[in-house]
Design a protein around this ligand. Sequence first.
Ligand SMILES: Nc1ncnc2c1ncn2[C@@H]1O[C@H](COP(=O)(O)OP(=O)(O)OP(=O)(O)O)[C@@H](O)[C@H]1O
Ligand SMILES: [Mg+2]
Ligand SMILES: [Zn+2]
Length: 270
Amino acid sequence: MLKPVKVIDAYCEKHDKKYKANVYHVFNHESVQPCPRCHIENTRAMAVASQVEQARIVISAREKRERDEWQAKQLKTSIPELYQTRFFSNYRVESKAQQSALDICREFADNFSAYRRSGGTLVLAGTPGTGKTHLSCSIANQIIQQDYTAVFITVVEMVRKIHSTYGTSEGEQEVIDRFSNVDFLILDEVGKQSGSLSEQNLVSEVIANRVNHHRPNVLLSNLELEKMKETLGERAWDRLTEGRSTLVDFNWESYRSRVSGDKKLQQRPA
Ligand SMILES: Nc1ncnc2c1ncn2[C@@H]1O[C@H](COP(=O)(O)OP(=O)(O)OP(=O)(O)O)[C@@H](O)[C@H]1O
Ligand SMILES: [Mg+2]
Ligand SMILES: [Zn+2]
């Protein structure tokens, strides 16, 4: 404890109060003790400041944890790295058609619990670079935060995964079940597959399982509707359109040449 060098008669203007103040010698200068009420106020202010600081640390730790959990879910969903920062909020709208595409996808995400109960499929078809993958990943990025499971995969990759079970502990049926049972499935690049019959049968089976259990889907393609029907096979297509399905036509200029200049695409929403 520091010892006072002297005691003086002091006056506090703030509290209009005379008091006996200890004077301390601190680093070559004299420090006069504040009045008792100033002392209490200072102590309280310091306590509040420290509580605010504590709360800030707790919040930033929680934010970090939530962000980490979210990223882990994105990884589990196999959302491609580029699309981990794609959200409704950074999809630029420059035409009525884009606004309508955004509205439809956002409605799907916002009401996902209803779609999860009664099923529904969005078919996003059209020209390259128009934001089909962007908006479908925006749906996934939103719903995985509510603890729904999702998988983003191309048709070719899904078929390859089902076929590649040979010699692993997971059987073919288990992989088919995995794609059938996930809450939300995004099937990308419909039409880039070979179109072979065994491929069609596998895709058909997954789609039939999903439609039968009212599980929601998004299909992405550069093909015309008729061509999509052809490559997926009549059976799968009928299943899909039997349930609630919405076709969105993406037909405007590609955004790809503008991506590197768009800072908003680099960020997650606050
Ligand atoms: N309206 C938009 N606003 C902001 N970014 C966009 C917009 N449209 C597309 N992009 C971005 O442009 C790039 C290409 O879009 P995306 O990959 O979603 O297109 P796509 O329709 O899936 O194309 P493809 O048919 O070739 O797969 C992505 O980085 C995407 O985030
Ligand atoms: Mg795409
Ligand atoms: Zn005082």
